[in-house]
Design a protein around this ligand. Structure first.
Ligand code: NAI
Length: 737
């Protein structure tokens, strides 16, 4: 058995503690070391009258047993005064038990306004006022425990208690929200639906049941929920007679009634009624996020053709009314965007670049010889036109910001983006499509430096619920997505996003609280703030740039993506890439879940680099040497430590085909227990070898002598030539196929 649960040093306020359940709680808390405020108005069961004797008696009982207690005789409607009593007497408030209650039972038709109001004032409003008065104290001290007293009458309904059951279930809602708002301050809130013999139940229960259902059979649950070691939060319990059970919601799988391009009718609801109400394979949603996630799922399944994404945009507002005839062709106010080297660096960090990768330095250090701005920074410059509320000013577009999803993004560069500059963006509503379940707005933005057109972006913005205005379903102006070839990817790159990825990315100018504020994200139906779609877009684009363009920004021409699913900061983004000429098809997956976050995407390069750096890309190029390096890699894993001691050097291999570098490999026998990896050395090579794929094979197979190859000019060696002798060991012993 663990140690007894103590409340020494804690201050507890129990409302309505002059009798029944409240009295039992007060006595129990005091007995376990707490200082207790015994509140009771001392009126009758209907809430009439008042007296100090009820509270006084309980205080005396506690003190007689050596406990600490003070009385308070205010109504819970004077919430501040109750909390003030705790502060005056004991200097703090840790635990609030909202327990005070009265009854005004009447059949529904006979409930007067007064009967309704007083029940709500005492139970619901009283609990609100007392708890609010304690809230900031709890927040500041980073500790608080709250109990709301609900009732089975609220959960299930009860004849003659319409007023009471409404207020009692209201308390569950109140507790659920406090649980969400308080948790980060260690303020936890739970609701109980007790059953006990008391003066409230004496008219409805026979005497022997009243005697049997002791308040003391409820009290231990309340004490446990309020102990600092209990982390229960936002829950509801039924408790009585010594039994305790927890309640939760249950939801049927339900049925999707709506079909694309069809009206949703009550007849269809009738026809699916059995399915809607069937609890087979039911679920138990626990958060509003889980609840609304279902709606997003349905939207994306019914409206796949419309390209609905799960990725709400930034302040791109939406509509209750869209009038395409007015809105199409409208220009947004011209926006300007001035930046120094700071913004491109901040952006590069925002899309996951790191000094860990020496290749990234050219995007992170303004002193680098080839300091460059990532091509996808283009969207940052052009979105300035939309962010400043420009969209809201367009006639014929009155949209509700909470209903907007960022569907797709296209970006085309005409020049590499300068590392600093003064840009001007002109945005136009290019077209508006009616997708039934929503409207799809195509926004074109052109960004200029002086008279030079730097880039063109197309934002596809989906406004949920704003469809059905009789517009067209497709547009020649829309930049289409493209599906990847049907074969395994030629290259794969992955990066773990950090927990603060969205917090960092937003500093580039995308301030939507959805990406940082947990409560705002919850409103949107997400458990946690999600990553900006354009941040994942930045990750994928730089993966392509690295693998197929050697990070040469002048090779980047255009990118198109569709946002398919949200990404949570901390998840791993895995970009799969397929090369077809100068077009690199791609999709980005969340590695942990396998979900495709970016789909239908591609990057167009002016010319794809001849040097490819990923294993998969090299295999795509069909080099024989790849197999050998994989084999060396496998064998070195077994004996790496020993080899590192013997060789203590790093070798880079540049393998050529048709006179051009076709692959690079590094054999690191200097660090850790050795490693073989595709690509250039991360750091500095001791020796670099250049030779053709065929000569490499001949060397490995013993058909070509290294010295002869060197003197014949077939093998070029840079750096420490002496070290190459050690290499023979590796090739002889570890490269056997
Ligand atoms: P009770 O009548 O013995 O205790 C309620 C106490 O609240 C009384 O001492 C009363 O003077 C006090 N009170 C009433 N109005 C007040 C006000 N405005 N300000 C301060 N104090 C006030 O009744 P019981 O059974 O102990 O009820 C406690 C709570 O449990 C109530 O909220 C009740 O609705 C709830 N409950 C009780 C059930 C039961 O089986 N006893 C069933 C379901 C809920």
């Amino acid at each position: 058995m663990g140690s007894p649960l103590r409340f020494d040093g804690r201050v507890v306020l129990v409302t309505g503690a002059g009798g029944g359940l409240g009295r039992s709680y007060a006595l129990a808390f005091a007995e376990r070391g707490a200082s207790v405020v015994v509140n009771d108005l001392g009126g009758d069961i209907k809430g009439d009258g008042k007296s100090s004797s009820a509270a006084d008696k309980v205080v005396e009982e506690i003190r007689a047993k050596g406990g600490k207690a003070v009385a308070n005789y205010d109504s819970v409607e004077a919430g501040e005064k109750l909390v003030q009593t705790a502060l005056d007497a004991f200097g703090r408030i840790d635990i609030v038990i909202n327990n005070a209650g009265i009854l005004r039972d009447r059949s529904f038709a006979r409930i007067s306004d007064a009967d309704w109001d007083i029940i709500h004032r005492v139970h619901l409003r009283g609990s609100f006022l007392v708890t609010r008065a304690a809230w900031n104290h709890m927040k500041n001290q980073k500790f608080g425990r709250i109990i709301m007293t609900s009732s089975a009458a609220g959960i299930y309904g009860n004849f003659g208690q319409a007023n009471y059951s409404a207020a009692k279930l209201g308390l569950v809602g109140l507790s659920n929200t406090l649980a969400l708002e308080g948790v980060k301050y260690n303020i936890l809130s739970n609701a109980i639906a007790p059953t006990a013999g008391s003066r409230l139940t004496q008219t409805v229960m026979p005497q022997d049941l009243l005697d049997a259902l002791k308040p003391e059979y409820v009290t231990p649950l309340v004490l446990w929920l309020c102990h600092e070691s209990c982390q229960e939060n936002g829950s509801l319990f039924e408790v009585g007679a010594g039994w305790i059970g927890k309640l939760r919601w249950e939801r049927t799988l339900g049925a999707i009634i709506r079909q694309q391009n069809h009206q949703m009718t009550p007849e269809a609801v009738r026809d699916e009624w059995e399915k809607i109400c069937n609890f087979d394979n039911s679920t138990n949603p626990q958060t509003i996020g889980e609840s609304t996630a279902k709606l997003y799922e349905v939207l994306s399944s019914v409206d796949t053709e419309s390209g609905i994404s799960m990725n709400p945009t930034s302040q791109l507002t939406s509509a209750s009314g869209i009038d395409p005839s007015q809105a199409i062709g409208q220009k947004l106010p011209v926006s300007s965007y001035s930046y120094t080297h700071l913004q491109p660096i901040l952006y590069a960090l925002g899309v996951g670049m790191s000094t860990k990768d020496p290749d990234h330095l050219k995007f992170l250090y303004e002193g680098s010889d080839d300091f460059s701005c990532l091509p996808t920074f283009g969207v940052i410059m052009s979105q300035a036109a939309l962010m400043s509320g420009g969209l809201a000013s367009v006639p014929g577009l009155s949209i509700d910001f909470t209903r907007v999803l960022h569907g797709e993004q296209y970006l085309e560069l005409y020049k590499p983006i300068p590392t600093s500059g003064d840009m001007r963006s002109e945005a136009t509503v290019a077209d508006i499509l009616d997708k039934g379940s929503g409207a799809l707005i195509l926004l074109d933005a052109k960004t200029y430096s002086g008279n030079d057109l730097i880039c063109y972006s197309q934002f596809s913005v989906f406004v949920v619920g704003a469809g059905g205005f009789g517009g067209k379903r497709s547009s020649p102006k829309a930049k289409p997505t493209a599906d990847p070839p049907n074969r395994p990817p030629d290259a794969v790159a992955s990066d773990v996003t950090t927990l603060d990825q969205a917090a960092l990315y937003r500093l580039s100018g995308d301030w939507n609280p959805l990406h940082i504020d947990p409560s705002f994200a919850a409103l949107g139906g997400f458990k946690r703030p999600i990553l900006h779609g354009l941040c994942s877009f930045g990750f994928s684009a730089r993966h392509v740039l690295k693998h197929f363009a050697n990070n040469d920004v002048s090779k980047f021409k255009a990118i198109k993506v569709r946002f398919a699913k949200p990404v949570i900061p901390g998840q791993t983004l895995q970009t799969e890439m397929w090369k077809e000429g100068n077009r690199i098809y791609l999709q980005a997956k969340v590695k942990e879940t396998g979900d495709i976050a970016i789909a239908g995407a591609y990057v167009d390069l002016t010319s794809a680099a001849s040097t490819v750096e990923s294993i998969d890309a090299q295999q795509g190029a069909g080099l024989q040497s790849d197999l050998v390096f994989h084999e060396i890699s496998r064998r070195i894993k077994d004996v790496g430590g020993e080899m590192v001691k013997k060789v203590n050097a790093i070798f880079q291999w540049d393998i050529t085909k048709d006179g051009k570098t076709a692959a690079q490999w590094t054999i690191d026998l200097k660090n850790g227990s050795g490693e073989v990896y595709p690509g250039k050395v991360r750091g500095r090579a001791d020796t670099t070898f250049t030779l053709s794929d065929q000569d490499f094979m001949d060397l490995v197979l013993g058909k070509l002598n290294p010295q002869k190859a060197f003197f014949a000019g077939k093998l070029k060696v840079k750096g420490n030539i002496m070290l190459s002798q050690k290499l023979e060991v590796i090739l002889k012993d570890y490269a056997k196929l």
